[in-house]
Each structure stands twice: as C-alpha cells, then as structure tokens.
Ligand binder design. Structure first.
Ligand code: NDP
Length: 329
C-alpha cells in the first residue's frame, strides 16, 4: 500500500533549534545503527521509519558502516526512501558519517580528505541521494592534521553534497579546536554527537559547555545505554533483546548486579513520576534544554511510542535530580 504520512505528525513532536543555526531538529531522532541491516526484515525497518515519521520524527541518523554488513543500512534505507518517502524528502533530515573502518587499504578509514570524500560519494549512491542534510566526521583521527579533515568537510558542503557538517566523539578541547577551524573556513559546525546518558556523563565535564558557548547543537547517542536504561532487563535477558544478540557493544556480563541495582532504583523513581524508566532517561538527557535531540534506537514501534510519550513529562524537581545523582553515585 502506498504510504501516506499521518496528517497530525507535526502536532506530536517538539522541535528544538540546533545551536545558533537555522535548522530545527525533533527532540527525538531515530538512529539506524541496529535493525536496518540485511539481518533485519526490511518490512520491520520500513514499519519503524513510517512510525517514526508519523510521530514527527523527521531526523534519521545513518553512517557508512551501519549494517551488518557495513553499508546495508544505507542501502535498505535508500530503498525505503524511494518506495515510501520520495514525496517527503524535503521534510526529512538525513545524516551520514565516515570515520570508522569501511573498506580495505589505507584510504577506507579515519579522517583523510581522500577517505571522507570517497565515502560520502559511496553513501549517496547507496541511499540514492544527491545530498545528505548532515555529514559527520565519526571519530577523531590522531594522525591526520585536523585542518585537513575540517577542510574536507568544508569542501563537501561547497560541493553541495551535504548541507551541514558535524562532529562525533570529539572530546571537549579537540571539538573546540575543530569548531574554530570550521568557523574560519566559513562552514560552521552544526552539531556534535557524543555518547550521553545517565550511565555516560562525560559530556557534562566541559563538552556541553563548549557547544553551548559556540552555538553548536548536540545530539546524544545511546541515551538509553543501548536499552539498559529501560525496563527491558529487569527480569533477565529477553531472547529478542540486544544483549541476547551477541552484540559486542552490549553483552549480558555488562548487566552487573551493581548496575542492575541502579536500574531498579531509577525504575522506581520513574514510576513515582508516572512514567517509564526509558522516558525518564530521555527526559534527563534533555533537561534544562542543554541538548538539542536524543538519538534513540528502536527494534519495535512501541519503543518509539514510549520515546514520544516522554514529551508529556519532561520536567524534573531539584529533589528528583539530586536523587538521580545519588543513585548514579
Ligand atoms: P539507545 O540507547 O536508545 O538503545 C536503543 C535500544 O534500546 C533499542 O534498540 C532497544 O533494544 C532498546 N529500547 C529502546 N526503547 C526501549 C523501550 N522503550 N523499552 C525497552 N527497550 C527499549 O540507542 P542506540 O545504542 O541504539 O544508539 C542510537 C543511535 O545512536 C544509533 O542508531 C546511531 O544512529 C547512533 N550511534 C552513534 C554512534 C557514534 O559513534 N556516533 C555510536 C552508537 C550509536 P532492543 O533491541 O533490545 O529492543
């Protein structure tokens, strides 16, 4: 059946200005790292994308290496885009990245001009796009001069292959330096994508301050710690969960008794607030409007509903914030 987007979609979402740019992003964005590769049924991926867009989630986050196998998330997304979303292209923000290993040899990884430009060309081909809205350098490269990587990003924007450029996984001081170079080149950094959740609070130690001062937006990846900050693992490891999938990023032995005790206490607090733990975890990342968007993953449409439901209860009392700090220790 031809997909027709929900007419009420823009009433269901909140949009935040991204730093000091002209662009607004949905408070919730959807990432395609898991559940969009060739090991997932394309109909499930399609359902997730339709459901997200029907709820006003206009931003889809990809990278060259998402799959498995690497590249397949972009290919599958490209197919769904063509079949379902072609009339909506100008209502979508599509992001991709390069920075991790993508192909063999010295030119398929890190941050050279050679790699970034070739990789984006490949991503555009896989997705069937003329341009992406946001293109990221996925991780810092300790060997390539920062000036070369930043000038490649600037070049990509001038070529019209990305509308905005962005950084991911850059620590505070390096992010500040990169943002300064990009400003001089005349292509300001739109947004930074750090890992940020109640279990990963490093961005609180300077990075978010740098971004706010520089007028750069922020989008928190893995805001649910891959699913740990939800009720998913309260009674063991469900068969259909990420922790049971053999993921090297989330294995059962990471769910230690100490961590699960924190999850249980956080879950009790969330229930007192009248919401699910996953909702409280997302609201916490967005507290005080310091972060532009939370970048969630989802394997089921009900998880997208949970995230959108969070928008009904985003505020925290000081007592609740103090309690969360005490639980996290
Ligand atoms: P999350 O922390 O949001 O984890 C998502 C997982 O949590 C889901 O796949 C699901 O797991 C579980 N989950 C989600 N909602 C619920 C719910 N309501 N109840 C119970 N379980 C739930 O984010 P991800 O780690 O998936 O990362 C999100 C995105 O961030 C990626 O897709 C990618 O775009 C980006 N990213 C960027 C990186 C970078 O280096 N820049 C690195 C990593 C991610 P399950 O499968 O068990 O159902």
């Amino acid at each position: 059946m031809v997909y027709q987007a929900d007419a009420e979609r823009y009433q269901k979402m909140t949009y935040h200005r991204c730093g000091r740019s002209g662009l607004k992003l949905p408070a919730i964005s959807l990432g395609l790292w898991h559940n969009f590769g060739d090991s997932t049924r394309v109909e499930n991926s399609r359902e997730l994308l339709r459901h997200a867009f029907d709820n006003g989630i206009t931003h889809f986050d990809l990278a060259n290496n998402y799959g498995p196998p690497p590249g397949s998330a972009e290919e599958n997304f490209g197919r769904i885009l063509r079949e379902d979303f072609a009339p909506y292209r100008d209502e979508l923000i599509i992001s991709s990245k390069a920075g991790y290993t993508m192909w063999e040899g010295p030119y398929g990884d890190w941050g050279s001009r050679k790699y970034l430009i070739a990789s984006l060309n490949q991503s555009l081909k896989r997705m069937g796009l003329d341009y992406v809205d946001i293109f990221y350098h996925h991780r810092p490269d300790p060997e390539t001069p920062l000036e070369e990587t930043m000038s490649a990003l600037d070049h990509i924007v001038r070529q019209g292959k990305a509308l905005y450029i962005a950084l991911s996984n850059y620590p505070a001081a390096l992010a500040a330096e990169a943002i300064g170079i990009l400003k001089q080149l005349g292509t300001p950094c739109l947004i930074h994508q750090p890992k940020y959740s109640m279990f990963e609070r490093t961005p609180d130690n300077g990075l978010l301050d740098v971004l706010i001062k520089e007028g750069v937006g922020s989008i928190a990846f893995s805001p649910l710690a891959g699913g740990v900050l939800t009720d998913r693992y309260l009674n063991g490891i469900p068969e259909d969960s990420r922790a049971a999938s053999g993921s090297k990023f989330l294995s059962g032995d990471q769910l230690t008794p100490e961590k699960m005790e924190k999850v249980r206490q956080l879950n009790a607090l969330a229930l007192q607030r009248g919401q699910k733990l996953s909702q409280m975890a997302l609201a916490w990342v967005l507290r005080e409007n310091r972060v532009t968007s939370v970048l969630i993953g989802a394997s089921k449409t009900s998880q997208i509903d949970d995230a959108v439901g969070m928008l009904q209860q985003r505020e925290f009392s000081q007592a609740e914030l103090d309690k969360i700090s005490r639980i996290l220790g």
